[in-house]
Write a new protein. Sequence first.
Length: 422
Amino acid sequence: MPWLTSMAILIVLSGLFSASEAAYFYLQRQDLRFLASGNASQRMAARLMEQPDRLLSAILFWNLVINMIYFTISARVGMQLEEQDGGWGVLFAFVSLFLVIFFSEMFPKSFAVLRSRSYAGLVAFPLAMAVRCVDPLLPILRFINLFLKRLLFPRITPEPDLEMSDIERAVELSTQDAQLDPHEYRMLRNIVSLSQLRADEWMRPRRQFVTFQAPVTIEDLKEKFPPSGFVLVTHRGSEEIQYSIDADDLIEFKPGYSQMGKRLVTIPWCASVADVYEKLRATQRQVANVVNEHGETIGIITIDDIADAVFVDAPSRTRRITDEPPIQLLEDGVWHVMGLATLKRLEKQLQVVLPETRSVTIQGVLQEVLQALPKTGDHCQWGPLEMEVIEAAERGRCRVEVRLRDQQTPDSGHDGARGPTS
């Protein structure tokens, strides 16, 4: 009977540590922020997660010690039963194994995941004491781990970071046999491409969104509703965006009332859209302010814009802003291209190699080649392309007719000419 009592206590202790592992490492960032602002026990739980490697090492160490003691007692009791009554020893071994699997692993971990935030605060102080008891042993454990690595795998070297092409190939191979419809497959590809898409390639340019001076009320939206879905607020006498307000939230306000909104996240033009999303999620914001190297606002990216990049079958900034296709085939070798169309999309769709340039869009190339704002009738040559501006608005969008040049004609570089303007 004393042995069985000891085994029951060990099962409970093992279950507590297993549940702690599941609960703490299931916590999300918003859970950690909630714990950090809670009571003393909850704040202790948040502090434990500041060093996750230390916490995990302690939990695994104590779980290993408890399970070793449990199975040692189980083996001893099993041998005694085997000597006394024959077959009872084998049955006791199976029952012991089932109990430790169910009550020390499956049940406590399932429960802890469902109540991760509450459980983490509940066991924070006992767990902190257990971690401190293991602290003196951690350097020894790290040394043993490193020694065994070098002894068993002396020539192992860290692998280089995966290239995006490797990840895309992995997605393609992993989905060949999976039951995914075409839309789900394209969505996976879009998610992977977020890390290659730059902020200045996906942002809403400065001239393509509306700003309001503080304070903003519902009456201000009657004349011009923001196309981005967010009210962008500036201080009086300044053009720099300070706050953003979800337009739907402002509509629900009573007439005459104003709202300041949330500050924007500031990101550089060269950041990837994946980085933008991570920063928006970490700060619980919905709009990011894209700045150039001088710190000037050149555009914005909203959380809805990023969702569009993931869930739309063929995501396009031009279509999202202007509601028109970025590139339209007229006839063999002739296309109509919107000025906001990116060079990356143009190069891929026309299957040509374009010259190196700092510009991101076809409109930027026109300005670079013409050394002026494009006007209707302007034409120029750039790399393998002949371009003619067929529609242009002042400081706004333009439409360009693009033709492939005769490849046998020697390339004369960037040649631009002013044609008659209408």
